[in-house]
Design a protein around this ligand. Sequence first.
Ligand SMILES: Nc1ncnc2c1ncn2[C@@H]1O[C@H](COP(=O)(O)OP(=O)(O)OP(=O)(O)O)[C@@H](O)[C@H]1O
Ligand code: SF4
Ligand SMILES: [Mg+2]
Length: 331
Amino acid sequence: MEHVLEITDLKISTLRGKETVPLLDKVSLKVGRQQCLGIVGESGCGKSITASALLQLLPYPLSVTGGSAFFTASSQARMDLLTLPPKLMRGIRGREIAMIFQEPMTSLDPIFTIQQQMFEALHFHYPHMTHADRMDKSLSMLRKVNIPRPEQTLASYPHQLSGGQLQRIMIAIALMNNPRLLIADEPTTALDVTIQMQILELMNELKETNDASVIMITHDLGVIAETSQHVAVFYAGHIVEEAPVNELFHHPQHPYTKGLLQSISSLTGDSRQLYAIPGIVPPGGSWAAHCRFAARCSHASGRCLTDMPALTEAAPGHFCRCFLHSQEVEA
Ligand SMILES: Nc1ncnc2c1ncn2[C@@H]1O[C@H](COP(=O)(O)OP(=O)(O)OP(=O)(O)O)[C@@H](O)[C@H]1O
Ligand code: SF4
Ligand SMILES: [Mg+2]
């Protein structure tokens, strides 16, 4: 399969005082053309920093401390996003790779109207577009994301709109320049279920009609089921399981993935008790040298408490980091 993005051994660290603290540990991922890769995991596992690193948007004192992320642009030029000079990155960001951020309010500027912000996004990449064309494009994108009164919305400032509307506007801006890769970080969390479905359908449509690929970041396996062909499960800064979506849902192998699946099935099943995986994700700086899930795992025993399992192929195309499925230790 042709890959639009190939991330190899990505490492991210932060500084605490003079100490370098790891936050992401040798993450490798591939995104196929016209495919959606889902990244799932609980809060603090490293999903958003992975996305920010790809666009060189990590906030200080976070930084990339290893790895590569090769992106194939629409011109077929292949480039490492992590080392791309800032000027070239500005041409990629927003046009070739668009991102929908977790927090819409932090991405829209409160002092400009929606029209000014949409026009600005278009102007940056298409400086010669006429006013009438910009207006047509902005209105049609707002209609696509189901904004009811697009003309009125264009004249509004962000504070005059609801969180759900702002999120849809962010999505419209991200899709406006037909990106080759869309990174969507919890894009539908603030939306009600009906709108959520419409937005996910819009993203699915985009893959086919615009030859785009998507990275869908979420804590919600339901969103993954609606959108993704391939899934990576993150836990405490690394991948613990990775597989095609049907394989992951029908034959989960890692105890953590099984726990995540159990927590969604108990929402829809007969069980009155909501299942939650006991314990919390250990933050960067307090990771064990052995299996990072051991403190929360009901199967933990013996070498789980001394060694770090390697990510190994448990079935064709299905990778898992657990001693129940392989005795291999991480090098
Ligand atoms: N600006 C920052 N300064 C210091 N640490 C940070 C910063 N941003 C993220 N981190 C740390 O990096 C780790 C990964 O954070 P990240 O935001 O990627 O998690 P996430 O998987 O996206 O979680 P969520 O589901 O809550 O969005 C966490 O331990 C977090 O505390
Ligand atoms: S390696 Fe051991 S502790 Fe870690 S997930 Fe597997 S069984 Fe649980
Ligand atoms: Mg996040």
